[in-house]
Write a protein that binds this ligand. Structure first.
Ligand SMILES: [Zn+2]
Length: 87
């Protein structure tokens, strides 16, 4: 399967983009650890956000990302995602 052809939706702006243009955030199904942009596929609840600071802000506004991943509010997570973008 060609990874670049996989289309996913950004949870902030709802636009559909190829998987590799989005940041994936996964909650590991067993450890409940939140993994930002896993290089390997981890099984668990996942969401996608554009590689864009405004989409990251939107995803965190009103705790949207926490509701989607079913996790408690985690301010460090936003910094982790921003760090991925800055790399
Ligand atoms: Zn977006």
């Amino acid at each position: 399967m060609n990874e670049s052809k996989v289309i996913r939706k950004c949870i902030a702006c709802n636009s559909l983009k190829p998987r590799n243009e989005l940041i994936k955030i996964t909650k590991h199904f067993r450890t409940k650890e939140i993994v930002v942009d896993p290089s390997s596929d981890i099984t668990g609840r996942s969401c996608y956000i554009c590689r864009d600071f405004s989409c990251i802000e939107t995803a965190f506004k009103k705790g949207r990302i926490f509701k989607i991943l079913k996790i408690s509010v985690n301010d460090e997570l936003k910094e982790k995602i921003r760090a991925v973008l800055e790399n």
